[in-house]
Design a protein around this ligand. Structure first.
Ligand code: PFF
Length: 447
């Protein structure tokens, strides 16, 4: 237990947790889902989901973590008893699966960063598509990048909470924001950019169906790192002074702002060159290189694509650090081993999942239910395990834990105003569980 650290500053808490939230979810997943699920209509459902499920759910997970001041399994155990520790374990497993497939996509970003630095991918759209297909189905290259990304994450995590996670987040988050702003300005100044802006902000309500609802729900949880025990693990490093509801609001605010900026970076550029942004997960690897080539002069295109893939890799790193920390903390505290050994165990598990995900993209036939292993991991975690994790956390905080503990944590033992406590508790007890269940049942065709 002596190796357990804590965040040193208030801004460190916000940037590290926002670093977890802001990642490929915002810049890869959010734009391709928005492109695929009807633009502004998806954004609207997503915002509602962040507001009524995401932010209250974050506070609930923070309460579990800060009260437990330990890894997620033990934190859930302390509040609810033996069976509830399973939610902590489920969160750790979920985060390992996410880290596995996430590192594959982060590895693709590293490859594209190197290729962009060396001069970019030049050719007609068919060539750009073939390049991605050939690269992602290569048995060796993407696999090496995947492993490299997990090892990079490992190297930060073993430095500990303050010197590793907090220090890197404080550096990387502002850099990321500046890079993003530069590209947004370049994209929005393109001729015809207005169509992309309208696509993002002018909703067509006929586009909303059960798939859009489930995607938006899953995306809001994925983007806030909710339901994986990640927020619970980070909150275990918060101090008694950290205002949980204010922090949740600030982090969700930053996360949503960055997602919208990512939309403003991609859609205006895509529409300006007449490309429809509905190509799915390959949007930023096939559609965008084309857009960069056609929309900007060669010099500007070069700079923008290098900045873009650097941005993606940085954003991914602050998120993979947080996923890694969940399992690392659990391994070393529960097995009473050193933090370094705990981190090695986590790395080994994640590398195994990552390798399978990477190979499933074409090098080997690893598929389930007609989806590649990578797509299965993404669907299983975002659309099922994350909402389930959050559902049970709401039940625990809303119905099982004594109200005195919950109120004390929410108001920092009466030192901050708990103006929204009653509203929040109502949401946690009734609104969130009912909404999550309803979306599930609807998806199963029962409702
Ligand atoms: N929130 C991250 C993103 O949007 O990229 C992904 C993520 C991080 C999911 C940490 C889960 C997690 F535990």
């Amino acid at each position: 237990m002596s190796e357990r650290g804590s965040f040193g500053t208030k801004i460190g808490v916000i940037l590290a947790t926002a670093g977890s939230a802001v990642g490929l979810g915002n810049i890869w997943r959010f734009p391709y889902l928005t492109g695929q699920d009807g633009g502004a209509a998806f954004l609207l459902v997503y915002l509602v989901s962040i507001l009524i499920l995401g932010i209250p759910g974050m506070v609930a997970e923070f309460i579990v973590g800060r009260h437990g001041a330990s890894n997620a399994a033990r934190a859930y155990y302390q509040l609810g008893g033996r069976w509830w520790s399973l939610i902590g374990y489920m969160g750790a497993v979920t985060s390992m699966i996410i880290l596995g497939f996430y590192a594959v996509v982060a590895g693709w970003c590293l490859q594209y960063l190197v290729v962009s630095l060396l001069g970019g991918i030049h050719g007609d759209p068919a060539y750009v598509a073939a390049y991605f297909k050939n690269f992602s189905s290569d048995p060796v290259k993407p696999l090496l990048w995947t492993v490299a990304f997990i090892v990079l994450t490992h190297l930060v995590v073993i430095r500990g909470v303050r010197k590793g996670i907090e220090k890197f987040s404080n550096m990387l988050m502002p850099t990321l924001f500046i890079l993003l702003l530069i590209i947004v300005v370049a994209s929005c100044l393109l001729p015809g950019a207005g169509k992309g802006i309208a696509f993002l902000f002018k909703p067509d309500f006929s586009k909303i169906d059960s798939n859009v609802l489930l995607d938006a729900l899953g995306q809001s949880f994925f983007s806030l790192s909710l339901g994986t025990a990640c927020l619970c693990t980070y909150a275990s490093y918060f101090s008694r002074q950290t205002n949980l509801s204010q922090s949740a609001l600030q982090i969700a605010g930053i996360d949503t702002f960055i997602a919208v900026l990512a939309g403003l970076m991609i859609f205006p550029a895509a529409f300006s060159v007449g490309v429809r942004p509905d190509s799915g997960p390959s949007l930023i690897f096939i559609t965008l290189p084309n857009v960069f080539q056609q929309a900007f002069s060669p010099a500007l295109g070069y700079i923008i694509s290098v900045l873009f893939y650097a941005l993606l890799a940085l954003a991914a790193l602050t998120s993979t650090i947080s996923m890694h920390e969940i399992g690392t903390a659990m391994f070393y505290e529960e097995l009473h081993i050193s933090r370094k050994k705990g981190a090695i165990m986590e790395t080994l598990v994640c590398v195994t999942i990552g390798v399978l995900c990477s190979l499933s993209c074409g090098a080997a036939d690893i598929s389930l239910f007609g989806k590649t292993f990578l797509e299965c991991c993404d669907y299983l975690t975002s659309n099922i395990l994350l909402p389930l994790g959050s559902f049970f956390t709401c039940i625990l905080i809303g119905w099982v834990v004594p109200k005195r503990i919950v109120r004390d944590e929410f108001t920092n033992w009466g030192t901050v105003r708990g103006r929204f406590y009653a509203v929040w508790l109502f949401i946690i007890r009734f609104v969130s569980p009912v909404c999550i269940l309803a979306v599930f049942l609807h998806q199963l065709g029962i409702l």
